[in-house]
Design a protein around this ligand. Structure first.
Ligand code: MRU
Length: 345
């Protein structure tokens, strides 16, 4: 299940807004199309957004190849800015664009296209490897929990959100392979239902036992002893370990704390933003009200009721038992631990 494929000098994106009903692939010949797909969540999930934007820069370079060197540089700067404005919270987008922006200055178009493509491919392949490593580190941790596990996850942090097996779902996949997982619970993830539409679909395709619950069932399930660990992905992790992830994650962390259930975040290094000191500084995307008022095309509320629609929330680091990264586990993350962890890398 691949959210993005580079083929014949074009980016092919699986339109995740159509899942699970239809698997529709959208061919992007220009970077604006990639931007539109990121904005509308056709491609979504922090690492996948970063990789898609990187290929978007390759498309921009291909489009501008007939420009003079100076005009070409200006064109690429504008493309990077346009892509950066698509979504504000997942830092992988800005991380990838920063890497891409270091590659082309001063180069003639043809040379720049080659260099940008090589960098985009590297970002893509590195993420695949990061997922693999997260799975390895995560499964060692899961083994220490010492029993057949029932894991609750939120949103989609799987193959559809990354270039590999996923972050949280890489741990789930490895745990399943090792025979230490008996059940995954996927919270449906209102308002856009990534858990129901994507995680349930992805795990069922891999024949991993998944049970869907609505978001408001989590407390009860925990109280009934049905959940042994919670693992989610992240969109941005601040220098003190506060983590932004899909709205609802913070609530699960509070509930897990209350029920003494370990709560983990799984994320690659590209999701850490050490320049942002804490979660208060993370910009949380606020999306259109109709995403809450409607399910699909159907209004489930008065069409003009005022709504709030923050797409993410911030889980304070003190509620996180560990961050499972591609470089290893950070237990009980805080500013000191993160500083130490990255200094040693
Ligand atoms: O709005 P989305 O669907 O892009 O939000 C995605 C999430 O919040 C994921 O949990 C996160 O990006 C982790 S992806 C490995």
């Amino acid at each position: 299940m691949k959210p993005l494929i580079w083929q014949d000098d074009r980016l092919v994106l699986l339109d995740q807004t159509c899942l699970p009903a239809k698997e529709i692939y959208v061919i992007c010949n220009d970077y604006r199309r990639v931007g539109d797909m990121i904005r509308k969540l056709g491609v979504r999930g922090a690492p996948a957004i970063g990789a898609a934007a990187a290929y978007g820069m390759v498309l921009a370079a291909q489009e501008g190849r007939h420009l003079s060197r100076e005009a070409f540089q200006r064109w690429l700067n504008q493309a990077a800015q346009d892509l950066a404005e698509t979504r504000p919270t997942a830092v992988n987008l800005f991380w990838a664009l920063k890497r891409m922006s270091k590659v082309y200055p001063g180069k003639e178009p043809d040379e720049a296209i080659g260099a940008l493509f090589a960098e985009a491919k590297k970002i893509h392949q590195e993420d695949e490897e990061s997922c693999r490593r997260i799975g390895e580190h995560g499964v060692s941790l899961m083994k220490k929990l010492g029993r057949p596990l029932k894991i609750l996850t939120h949103c989609n942090a799987g193959a559809l959100a990354t270039a590999g097996d996923g972050t949280a779902l890489a741990v789930v996949r490895r745990a399943w392979e090792e025979g230490i997982l008996t059940q995954v619970y996927a919270g449906e993830t209102r308002p856009l239902l990534q858990g129901a539409r994507l995680t349930a679909y992805e795990l069922m395709a891999d024949e991993i036992p998944v049970t869907l619950i609505t978001d408001n069932m989590a407390a009860w399930m925990m109280g009934q002893g049905e959940i042994d660990a919670v693992i989610t992905g992240a969109d941005r992790i601040a220098a003190n370990g506060d983590a932004a992830n899909k709205i609802g994650t913070y609530g699960l962390a509070v509930l897990a704390h209350h029920h003494r259930i370990p709560f983990y975040i799984a994320a690659p290094c590209s999701t850490f933003d050490l320049e942002t000191p804490n979660g208060d500084e993370i910009l949380v995307e606020e999306r259109a009200g109709d995403e809450v008022r409607k399910i699909g095309d159907v209004f489930i509320s008065p069409p003009d009721v005022p709504v709030r629609n923050p797409a993410f929330d911030i889980t304070p680091h003190r509620l996180i038992d560990g961050i499972i990264s591609d470089l290893g586990l950070i237990e009980k993350p805080d500013e000191e631990k993160l500083k130490h962890f990255f200094e040693g890398k």
